[in-house]
Design a protein around this ligand. Structure first.
Ligand SMILES: Cc1cc2nc3c(=O)[nH]c(=O)nc-3n(C[C@H](O)[C@H](O)[C@H](O)COP(=O)(O)OP(=O)(O)OC[C@H]3O[C@@H](n4cnc5c(N)ncnc54)[C@H](O)[C@@H]3O)c2cc1C
Length: 433
């Protein structure tokens, strides 16, 4: 029997992950990418345990570790003086086999592309898709090509064209009211500041966050500690039609001038920054149509305030690949099994509630991080300082998901492959009754 042919539109982290795992599961894969060259956008990215677990299962974790740092904890600090509010190592210590990694996006992408090459995935650059023919399971490209397959996966990101086709109307992402300055420093640039506190910060293998009125900052090492990533958020002042823009360093320094002197010192070493509008999207009515399915930012972009956007895209790709492989195996053995559209719906059922929870969790973290100084902030700080990170005995929740052990374990300790297998087996059992 011929293997299933999967056509993936978009070679971001989600599309490449789906391609790798599909190939490893014995499916045929074509990736169509509109860019001429695969260049990562942005600087650092965190790979939380739910994603590193997948890479451990599919043999890429050791490769990723060669380029990253294992973060020991996530720390929240007060914006004005950098005093420690809370240190969380709940995800980092969940299971040492699934570390919390921090990596440069270029390195993450390089590892994924190399793996695609090793597995002979057909990645076609300069291949912009503008339409989908749902009846015949094929996509139409701007260069005139038509590519057909058994399944089409729309992994075309935040501004997804294919989302529009599934919904039948335009559905752009919505503004969140925040923007981010994003950039990296080299270790040498930070060492030239000759500041013992900066040197000490560089030695911490941590994700450090300063939280303050309407803004927060995130700092962590990448490239095995040879470079550092800094993201600073603030209220969005970009016009609606501008998504990203070269940032003005002086303007940024003025915005954060009253923050922790350690942070303002870091800013003096910033070579350049990008200003980035932060967007998200409410839950879509459907992610699938016939043999077509959306994944990653194309169907659930959220504020990146839990470092889960790409991790969710990796989860999506893993589930799709596992379910399609199960479908292929069942078809080969002539067992009663769900149809292809039903198989894709199983993925949507597994991921929609989870990604909606994360979307809402990111919005609640936005509020947690950005409180104005005052009574509410003082109460928050007290709660953070007293966080136990233990399951509450009566099943109740902490006031903030950031310190809620049950929530964090559910997000970070998820067994995606097991869940995909269970949902397939249950669907087969239900169908054969
Ligand atoms: C400031 C910031 C920090 C973040 N930090 C983290 C983090 O620490 N951890 C984390 O997990 N996530 C993080 N995220 C979120 C994460 O970056 C995204 O969720 C993730 O990259 C989405 O991956 P994707 O593959 O779905 O989409 P993309 O990475 O956007 O990939 C889409 C691809 O499709 C291609 N494409 C688009 N249209 C077409 C077309 N018509 N035809 C062909 N190709 C097309 C694009 O060129 C692109 O290559 C962060 C986001 C931001 C903004």
């Amino acid at each position: 029997m011929q293997p299933l042919k999967i056509v993936i539109v978009g070679a971001g982290i989600g599309g490449l992950s789906c391609a790798i795992i599909s190939r490893k599961k014995g499916l045929d894969v074509i990736v169509l990418e509109k860019a001429e060259k695969l260049t990562p956008v942005g600087a650092g990215i965190q790979i939380p345990p739910n994603a590193s677990r997948i890479w451990a299962q599919y043999g890429l974790l050791e490769k990723l570790k060669e380029f990253s740092v294992i973060s020991k904890a996530n720390q929240l600090r007060r914006w004005k003086d950098g005093s420690l509010l809370c240190s969380r190592s709940i995800g980092e210590t969940l299971n040492p086999q699934w570390p919390w990694l921090v990596i440069h996006r270029a390195d993450y992408q390089k590892v994924l592309v190399k793996e695609c090459e090793r597995l002979h995935v057909d990645i076609r650059l300069k291949s912009e898709v503008y339409d989908v023919d749902f009846e015949n399971t094929r996509v139409l490209l701007k260069n005139g090509d038509v590519v057909s397959g058994d399944v089409i996966v729309g992994a075309d990101g935040l501004w997804s064209t294919l989302r529009t086709r599934v919904l039948g109307h335009a559905s752009p992402p919505q503004e969140t009211g925040d923007l981010a300055y994003r950039g990296t420093f080299s270790l040498e640039a930070l060492q030239t500041l000759r500041d013992p506190k900066v040197d000490e910060l560089c030695l911490r293998n941590l994700v450090t966050m300063w939280i303050g009125p309407e803004s927060h900052a995130v700092f962590y090492p990448v490239r095995c500690g040879r470079e550092f990533n800094l993201v600073m958020t603030q209220p969005d002042d970009l016009p609606a039609y501008i998504k990203t823009k070269q940032g003005n360093l002086e303007e940024m320094k003025t915005t954060f001038k009253d923050w922790d002197p350690l942070l303002t010192k870091l800013l003096t070493a910033f070579p350049s920054v990008l200003k980035w509008k932060m967007m998200h999207h409410d839950e879509l009515p459907s992610w699938t149509k016939k043999n077509f399915v959306l994944l990653g930012d194309a169907c659930h972009p959220s504020l990146p305030y839990q470092a889960q956007g790409a991790a969710m895209a990796v989860e999506d790709g893993t589930i799709i690949a596992n379910l399609l492989a199960a479908y292929q195996d069942a078809k080969a053995s002539s067992l009663t099994h769900p149809s292809l559209p039903e198989t894709l719906k199983l993925y949507e059922l597994l991921q929609k509630e989870r990604t909606t929870t994360l979307h809402l969790g990111s919005i609640s973290n936005q509020r947690l991080y950005h409180l104005d100084d005052g009574q509410e902030q003082e109460e928050r700080d007290l709660i953070l300082k007293n966080a136990s990170f233990e399951d509450l005995p009566d099943g109740s929740s902490e006031p903030f998901i950031w310190i809620d052990a049950r929530y964090q374990k559910a997000i970070l300790g998820r067994d995606v492959v097991g869940d995909a297998q269970d949902s397939w087996e249950q669907a087969v059992r239900n169908g054969s009754r």
